[in-house]
Ligand binder design. Structure first.
Ligand code: SF4
Length: 728
């Protein structure tokens, strides 16, 4: 009998007739993989492959990147602008001039009638950095609204806020190569294999070569937790307590670095007095991790020659999100684990260019990590743009999560949404629907006309997608990479950059900044603004050509530098005026909704590997969507049995806000007092979520609220409702 490979056909890759490969950067997550899209003889995108000599991904791509080339021809794309007088009427097709003129006129009408800030702009983390900079110039320097933000408030603003509070500036201090040097990796609320598969692969490869302990803190047994040396199933929303307790043990057992603390930090005595209260016994009663484990983890971290922490939404999406980030920074500062190989508090960003908006969009301040609150920064930018300094506000306006409630109270009358979909992404869907209906004018700018939020718009502007245009993305390790345009824009859609420039021409102001005609010219302008003594966000040593040749360059990359710096704060000098980092005491206040008799289960939410955000793109790609086409919940088999719910049946999830129909997936990945629902589906998890806001970052606590689960007798009717949430 013959066994094995001799009888099998060799693996044969289908010949897709690629005649040309074009370089670009993946447009989904913040890993920043370099990708080549293959075009056939007819100029159609038919394949994609990872770029072998790109340091980030070294030839690898995840399922999203591999199938990304299919996006160019997905259904639902916008071809032409659409307009209507009232949202109850059907859209009619319009010319670009008509749509842009009407939008500009509505912006000015609303501002004249109610004040400049009555018109809000909310953008995204997914357009090019040059587009962000141009939009910032338009929003701050021409339209002049202070209610301008990005949807990054939903995912990364806690990280931004935490970095600023500790170090005086945003900017993840480490890099992927740190996995190759670290002696301890602590991962908080970060399911790397599903969220950032290629970063996971980099970490796993480093760990296979040089075994180092991986400690995962997550209420759920995620894929990363399954691969960890230790898994700490923490009570939701109590990370600050655990982190304070780890610091307590480190200080008690003399595992801290007194020289680093003395030379590079302030606030040590106040910090020490606070963490004194968080002994492991007291902390264990709140965070649910036993005291021996707390001591053990503190010792592993404290004794490591270099220790690293990564985190994602598990920390950020909490009422203590910003404090959680500061608590991680505290731990790194007291042990001197920053600015050296293998030692970094490293937030893993979500969207492909969430970093680009943090750096250059002027959402939270002014370009290049400048602050509206700093008169010198206002003067510098006003001079550079050629506008009156007084035109710029003296402090930042509302966050996205405050803009929507301000529509309810009548402060905001009009809004421009750019590549963001609050009807699916914001907590409490019913409330968001009522909110959007109140607007006098809503313009939606998106690559997809069928994005759920567009049901509430008066004007729809079809935007070009990802590699239908050109510009830069910055990834999680501060690496700027180039998105080359692979295809022309779909139909009569236009690059966001073109739309912003056209809008700038139509808004009447006495003094206006200059708007360059190409993204490369914009990049050169940003380089000028990035130069300066002590500025960490310096890109003056970069050019499009250099970036593409290097397959991405990290900042700071100063004039004359061949490559950028891999790490920040290597000299121990931080961005606070005294050059020191702050150790900040963090008392814990339990202020979230908690399970009770009526709603006895925690609801946790997160991602699956096949989908990206609100599925506007990935839901349209058949080979991707087929893996998770259905809104579902993970439920512990014991809990399901108690409720009489069987694996694969539909069930109703109910909270104080509303209800959702999901399919039950029985699994031990969640404890008995918790369910987990992926957040990608429309009319699903956010029908029930609460989303209380963090006081510093205004980021919603999507991951913690109380629900109950009910059995549904009429499964056929439930299937129909569940189908409605699949949308595509
Ligand atoms: Fe794209 Fe992120 Fe996947 Fe890389 S890991 S291919 S950047 S989605």
């Amino acid at each position: 009998m013959l066994f094995g490979r001799r009888k099998k056909n060799p693996i044969k890759l289908p010949d897709k007739g690629v005649v040309e490969w074009r370089y670009t950067t993946c447009g989904y997550c913040s890993t920043g993989c370099s990708i080549e899209v293959g075009l056939n003889r007819e100029g159609k995108a038919v394949a994609a492959r990872g770029v072998g000599n790109a340091d980030v991904n070294r030839g690898k791509l995840c399922i999203k990147g591999i199938l990304e080339y299919e996006l160019f021809e997905t259904p639902g794309r916008g071809r032409v602008p659409l307009m209507r007088e009232r949202i109850t009427e059907p859209f009619r097709e319009a010319s670009w001039d008509e749509a842009l003129d009407r939008t500009a006129a509505e912006i000015q009408r609303i501002q004249d009638a109610y004040g400049r800030d009555a018109f809000a702009i909310v953008s995204t983390g997914q357009i090019m950095t040059e587009e962000f900079y141009t939009l910032g110039k338009l929003a701050r320097g021409v339209i002049g609204t202070n209610n301008y933000d990005g949807n990054t408030t939903l995912c990364m603003s806690s990280a931004v806020s935490g970095y600023k509070r500790s170090f005086g500036s945003d900017g993840p201090p480490g890099c992927y190569e740190d996995f190759e040097h670290t002696h301890c990796l602590l991962a908080f609320g970060s399911n790397l294999p599903e969220q950032h598969p290629v970063i996971y692969w980099r970490m796993r490869e480093a760990r296979e070569r040089r075994k180092f302990p991986l400690i995962v803190v997550d209420p759920r047994v995620t894929m990363l937790a399954q691969n960890a040396d230790m898994h700490l199933p923490i009570n939701p929303g109590t990370d600050v307590v655990l982190l304070n307790s780890l610091a307590h043990v480190i200080l008690k057992e003399g595992l801290h670095d007194p020289d680093y603390i003395a030379a590079h930090t302030t606030g040590f005595e106040e910090f020490k007095a606070l963490v004194e209260q968080y002994d492991p016994r007291t902390a264990s009663k709140i965070c649910g991790i036993d005291e021996d484990t707390i001591r053990n983890v503190a010792r592993v971290f404290g004794k490591a020659p270099a220790a690293m922490t990564i985190w994602t939404m598990g920390i950020n999406q909490s009422t203590h999100g910003s404090d959680g980030v500061v608590a991680i920074n505290n731990l790194h500062l007291i042990t001197g684990n920053i600015g050296k190989p293998g030692a970094a508090p490293m937030s893993i960003t979500g969207q492909s260019n969430a970093m680009g908006t943090r750096e250059w969009s002027s959402c939270s301040g002014l370009p290049g990590y400048r602050y509206l609150e700093n008169p010198e920064h206002r003067r510098e930018i006003a001079e550079f743009w050629g506008i009156d300094e007084e035109f710029l506000p003296k402090k930042r306006g509302m966050f996205m999560t405050d803009i929507l409630p301000a529509i309810e109270t009548g402060q905001i009358k009009g809004m421009w949404l750019i590549a963001t979909n609050p009807m699916t992404s914001m907590a409490n869907t019913a409330r968001i629907r009522r909110t959007l209906e109140r607007l006098e004018f809503l313009v939606v700018q998106d690559a997809y006309a069928d994005v759920e939020t567009n049901e509430y718009s008066h004007v729809y502007l079809p935007a070009a997608l990802w590699a239908e245009k050109q510009g830069c993305f910055t990834n999680t390790e501060r690496r700027v990479n180039l998105v080359r345009n692979v295809m022309p824009p779909h139909g009569d859609s236009k690059p966001d950059f073109w739309i912003f420039n056209e809008m700038a021409k139509r808004i009447q102001r006495e003094k206006k900044p200059h708007f360059p005609e190409t993204t490369e010219q914009v990049f050169e302008e940003m380089k000028q603004l990035s130069k300066g003594e002590g500025r960490i966000l310096d890109i003056s040593g970069m050019s499009y050509e250099k970036i593409e040749k290097a397959r991405g360059l990290q900042w700071p990359c100063r004039e004359g530098q061949e490559k950028g710096d891999q790490r920040l704060y290597t000299d121990g000098v931080f961005q606070h005026p005294d050059g020191k980092a702050k150790l900040i005491p963090l008392p814990f206040e339990d202020n979230n909704e908690r399970p009770d008799e009526e709603y006895p289960l925690w609801l946790n939410s997160g991602r699956v590997v096949e989908h990206f955000h609100t599925r506007t793109r990935t839901g349209k790609i058949g080979n991707q969507n087929k893996f998770s086409p259905t809104p579902y919940m993970e439920i512990n088999p014991d809990t399901a049995a108690e409720l009489g719910i069987r694996h694969g049946e539909y069930a109703r999830v109910v909270s104080r806000r509303g209800d959702a129909i999901v399919m039950a997936q029985c699994t031990q990945r969640v404890p008995r007092n918790m369910i987990f629902i992926p957040f990608h589906y429309h009319e699903c998890v956010n029908r029930v979520s609460l989303g209380l806001l963090d006081p510093h970052s205004r980021q919603p606590a999507y991951k913690q609220c109380a629900v109950r689960v009910e059995k549904i007798e009429d499964q056929a009717a439930a299937a129909k409702l569940n189908l409605a949430a699949r949308a595509y």
